[in-house]
Design a protein around this ligand. Structure first.
Ligand SMILES: C[S@@+](CC[C@H](N)C(=O)[O-])C[C@H]1O[C@@H](n2cnc3c(N)ncnc32)[C@H](O)[C@@H]1O
Length: 438
């Protein structure tokens, strides 16, 4: 077993689920470290032992492997926003497929994902970023896996050039108005997060400045940000938990909602509600899901958000019922439906209250959060027994843990991955399950 705080020479042989390289060390256990790609020959320092695994940090790249490219961003091998930006995009997609297939293999399923739909834009593709304020005046993101090491970003290639400019303007205004960053350990200061959301198609930009109530934020501060935004909220969050959300949201400028247009449908997005974070790939995700559902099928859309799939199905004239826990999202989904003359039965309720379970539908769309399905929902789905389930998973290992239950009654008809998250190990997977004997 490798001792800690020692430097070892090794070769990176694979990648783990968090995107770290797995470095083979002769005569010792492998060391997991960020910012290394397969076949890199490296020197790595062992730093931590967690659950039998050793984690470290690359201290020297002796010989680069052939999957490395020169990243566009100067922070690309420090910042947690893009742990794979230094890796060729074709290699990224290949490794995502390998990582996605690992839980299937480990759980002895014979099916494999062999297709990943890649992104055309691998820079400036995100429509939301949650930038954090650090204790020393940093504004940016954290180092990968760290809760206390901040990267002060003067530029970021995930959202847009304009949003990088906005970050720099915020940083300058913070100095001008002598605003204090929040310090969790001392429980002092105000500034927590600057959350920027953009409608890539609507050209709108919504900023939420999340602060504690320990220091007032003058109106002149917000005034200086107006010309970079269409909406500004001040979110107040005094909780001990590190979240980029306001418990109280005060509209400081502009219209209350952000709009985004996907495949010709206008969606209204409340400042704190979920929306797919990659607009161009969300269009492909929507098309992929719609291609798995016949126009005559009735559909129940559980975890519907602001009506992302349901409104598109309604546009094809389908009968759709849609359930979502977030009342704000449902209000927006209904507004979109009314304005665009679309008919969907939207219901604001937690999926696990099973209000939907008495009706029957041909097809069920399941798009839960990373935690997956509540056990009550999983049982009710099996009991309701729709002919087809289209499951959209953003945490595929969680979906695979539900597969033993689902595969009692369902057969996997196809699985396709979509890369909504370039430069990270994450992907969305659309799985079609058909009822056995249907
Ligand atoms: C991954 S998002 C998908 C949303 C939507 N399908 C889309 O593509 O935009 C998951 C959604 O589930 C909602 N949600 C979380 N827990 C829920 C629950 N217990 N019951 C119903 N909806 C829930 C979240 O608010 C979020 O909108």
């Amino acid at each position: 077993m490798a001792k800690l705080y020692q430097i070892f020479e090794g070769v990176t042989r694979g990648l783990d689920g968090d995107g770290r390289g797995i470095i083979e060390i002769p005569g010792s256990r492998p060391i997991h470290a960020n910012f290394t790609a397969p076949e890199d020959q490296v020197e790595v320092e062992s730093l931590r032992r967690i659950k039998g695994k050793i984690y470290g940090q690359i201290v020297n790249l002796i010989k680069p492997g052939n999957e490395r490219v020169v990243p566009r961003c100067p922070y690309a091998q420090t910042c947690g926003g893009c742990v794979w930006q230094f890796m060729d995009y074709e290699a990224q997609k290949k490794h995502k497929l390998e990582l996605l297939n690992q839980p299937l293999e480990a759980s002895h399923f014979t099916e494999r994902i062999d297709t990943i739909i890649g992104a055309e834009d691998i820079y400036y593709f995100r429509n939301r970023m949650d930038y954090v304020f650090g204790p020393d005046g940093e504004l940016g993101l954290k180092e990968p896996g760290s809760w206390c090491n901040y990267v002060d970003l003067k530029e970021c290639h995930l959202l847009s050039a304009e949003s990088s400019e906005l970050l720099n303007v915020i940083r300058d205004l913070v100095k001008e108005f002598k605003l204090e960053p929040y310090e969790a350990r001392k429980q002092t200061g105000a500034l927590r997060y600057a959350v920027i959301r953009e409608g890539k198609r609507s050209k709108e930009r919504l900023l939420t400045l999340v602060t504690t109530s320990k220091q007032p934020i003058p109106d002149e501060f917000f005034e200086g940000l107006k010309k970079y935004t269409t909406t500004i909220y001040h979110g107040i969050n005094d909780s001990l938990t590190d979240l980029s959300r306001g418990d109280q949201m005060i509209l400081k400028h502009g219209q209350p909602l952000l709009r985004e247009i996907i495949n010709g449908i206008t969606y209204y997005i409340p400042p704190q509600s979920f929306f797919q974070t990659n607009t161009a790939m969300a269009e492909k995700l929507q098309n992929t899901v719609l291609s798995k559902i016949l126009p005559q099928e009735s559909v129940l859309d559980l975890y519907c958000g602001v009506g992302f799939f349901s409104l598109a199905l309604a546009k094809r004239g389908q009968k759709v019922k849609a359930i979502e826990i977030d009342a704000e999202s449902i209000k927006c989904a209904s507004q979109s439906a009314t304005e665009q003359n679309l008919k969907v039965d939207f219901v604001a309720s937690p999926a696990e209250d099973l209000s939907w379970a008495k009706e029957s539908f041909d097809t069920l769309i399941l798009d839960p959060p990373r935690a997956g399905l509540h056990p009550k929902v999983l049982s009710a789905v099996l009991e309701m027994a729709p002919k087809k389930i289209v499951y959209i998973s953003c945490k595929f290992s969680r979906f695979v843990s539900e597969l033993p239950s689902l595969s009692q009654n369902y057969t996997i008809q196809g699985m396709v991955a979509l890369d909504l998250f370039p430069h990270t190990p994450h992907a969305e997977v659309v799985t079609v399950l058909v009822k056995k004997g249907a």
